[in-house]
Design a protein around this ligand. Sequence first.
Ligand code: ATP
Ligand code: MG
Length: 572
Amino acid sequence: MEETIPPEQPGNLQDYDRAYREFNWASMEREFDWSHGGVYNVVSEALDRHCRNGRRDKVALISILADNSVNTITFGQMSELTSKFGDGLLKLGAAKGDRIFVFLDRSPELFVSILGIAKMGGIAGPLFSALGPEAVRDRILDSQAKIVITSPYLFHRIIPILRDISVVEKFIIVGKDGVDNEKAIPYEEVLASGDASFQAVAMEPEDPYIIHYTSGSTGKPKGVLLGHKAMMQQAMSCRYVVDLRDDDIYWCTADPGWVTGTSVGIFGPWYLGNTIISYQGRFDAAMWYSIMERFKVTVWFTAPTALRMLKKSGDEVVSGYDISSVRHICSAGEPLNPEVIRWGMKVLGRRIHDNWWQTETGAPCISNFKCMKIKLGSMGRPLPGVVVAIVDEHGKPLPPRKEGFLALRPGWPAMMVGIYGSKQRYRDYFHVPGWYISGDQAYMDEEGYIWFLGRADDVIKTSGERLGPFEVESALIEHPAVAESAVIGKPDELRGAIVKAFIVLKPGVAPSDKLKEEITQFVRTQLAYYAYPREIEFVASLPKTRSGKIMRRVLKAKEMGQPLGDLSTLED
Ligand code: ATP
Ligand code: MG
């Protein structure tokens, strides 16, 4: 029997089936100023528009720095700051279409930089501030970035690779204690040189405003370009998936270095005129709950890894805080284990709404909506206006419950407009006629709910059956001793592959052979005969990308004694 949670009180989307039948993107276009003669530019719509519609003095950003100090910036101020910075960049010699990287901690300057770049027609390249020098070098060289905006301490981190990145003409440095380098120029100077009345540069829908590198879970990260037209779907998904309303205090925990951090973390909510929170510090369960309490966060967007860490930190922690203001929770980026949803219901008292998308899709495409029942373990149903199918290698849609390629009909508004520097890599996504092939495997049930199996590369062929790691991992973490797990197929002469599980135990639990046996017995009863792990290894942690995704390919390569491949996004 499928385990379900009933719909919550109606959200912004009231009737999914009707919306799916009737929704068209033209209705969304009319909400933007460009459709009434305004300038076509994401920043004009995210900021400048609000100076004319009564939100000039509304708080756009609450930026909590690592030392706990708080900056608040209104839409009016943000609009001016980005005009000054965008104009300052032009005066510095930057031009429309230039790739300009932002290598900063989460701070007001990070936001001003990204939107200032897009405002002058540039392509912003946000880089997560935890990236190491090699990862920064790879991205700069791949995209031939001309300018890098950074801080003194992050500049020092990339000194070892400075000689390799001579393509960079200027480093704009945020922070007083300057940097001694002939290419360095203070951020304040660039800002001061710009004009506050500078108007956003008119762009074409397909012109890119941002370049996001993928997480590197399956290989070398790709430089995905998103176009200004993505605004339609980012606004739409923030209304219907994230369920934002005018008075919300919204916290998306994803770093702007990843697509979630900008599409539904900055741009989407700002199109709708919402107040967002940004927290500079690293993950800490107590700190996170205290932010929700202190700022009365109402809507919270996070990821399975963070939720599993919160769960692991113990339920006593959360009970010390009043987080009753939180009315809606979303999760994306990795499969959301049913056990985590159950925990959310028990401890947070809220449903967690899983939604699926990729850097390449630019915005959520499949989601659990408030007005729908949640089937635990399912990613939900397609976004109105987006056609999703499970297809075979010829593009033929498969019947319910048949596993295949998770595919989208090309043309959804936030679809990437290119992979930087490689037309071929872009075309590869469309090799099956009529479809965009996501690289994930899934099936759809009779009600149109989509169930994730795994990435195509991670699907395990064992005893003649195909098995997704997610199913086994989800069963494993239901065992009280297990905090996290990753499952791979280990080549085996007899069975093709056997299931091997890497397990992180909860704090204080001692590893033993007896425990392995107990865990095996525990999952054996819940899974198909071929799906239980024949091998278990206890590990202190799992290899993850900096965006928090389990890198199963690294476990697999290690297991097989093969080269580990691109590790530029591996966490320490
Ligand atoms: P790379 O493309 O470099 O290998 P990546 O695919 O992890 O890395 P992202 O674009 O950040 O890079 O992540 C998209 C992928 O994340 C999806 O293809 C899917 O495998 C996974 N994913 C995202 N959301 C979900 C979800 N709700 N459920 C299951 N998987 C998800
Ligand atoms: Mg990918």
